[in-house]
Design a protein around this ligand. Structure first.
Ligand SMILES: [Zn+2]
Length: 222
């Protein structure tokens, strides 16, 4: 026979449910096409929590929880990172707790990052999803924002693909406020003001040869 089990009422250790007061709906009218689109978001009254609504054949809600301030920051034209108050390491994309073992999972604090970055690594996309085909070739970089310990991926605009250099200085450029949706596509990278590409060399010629047919192919698209 099984012993009787008494369930003690546990103290609720979760924080109170956020009150969402800022809600936007930008679902395109009559979405029929299958595919992926951000169709709205809601932000709590204290602006610490954000949920996004993603339509991918059916509606999904992305609950950003403790990472919300990063996405709310994008709406405001800011790059929000997190920082460990113990060791000072900082991160974009954000971490909610420090990764250093000595810090014993210390909770991080929010910091506004500078709108400057450096190329960590990069590639050129010669093929993409249907919605981006006409913009090919697309330069994709992993860039280190400010003194972040990790790199974030995004597009690099404003130069030829063969002119990208490892470590080159970048600036972060946001879309106009009314076009932002709180997603990483709200911004892209561009070369820092005053940056000039180095002269052509063998490696640049090699990349140019690979990329030029893509420009030609895009011209044939209707
Ligand atoms: Zn730490």
């Amino acid at each position: 026979m099984m012993a009787a089990v008494t369930i003690k009422k546990k103290k609720n250790k979760f924080s109170e449910a956020p009150v969402f007061t800022e809600k936007k709906d930008y679902r395109p009218e009559g979405v029929k096409e299958t595919g992926l689109a951000f169709v709205g978001h809601e932000i709590s009254e204290d602006r610490t929590t954000m949920n996004q609504f993603l339509h991918y054949d059916q509606l999904y809600t992305i609950r950003h929880g403790w990472n919300s301030k990063f996405f709310i920051g994008l709406l405001d034209g800011k790059i929000m990172g997190t920082r460990c108050p113990k060791c000072g390491d900082s991160w974009v994309p954000v971490r909610t707790h420090c990764w250093n073992l000595d810090c014993n999972l210390e909770k991080t604090e929010w910091v506004e990052m500078p709108l400057t970055a450096k190329v960590h690594t990069w590639t050129v996309a010669g093929w993409s999803g249907r919605s981006s085909l006409k913009r090919l070739p697309i330069i994709l970089v992993y860039a280190v924002v400010g003194n972040s310990k990790v790199a974030i991926a995004n597009e690099l605009h404003g130069l030829k693909p063969w002119d990208v250099e490892f470590g080159m200085p970048l600036k972060i450029v946001f879309k106009p406020k009314e076009q932002r949706i709180g997603a990483v596509t709200d911004f892209h990278f561009e070369p820092a003001d005053g940056w000039k590409p180095s002269p052509m060399n063998k490696e640049k010629e090699r990349i140019k040869k690979l990329v030029e047919p893509v420009y030609e192919w895009v011209k044939t698209l209707k």
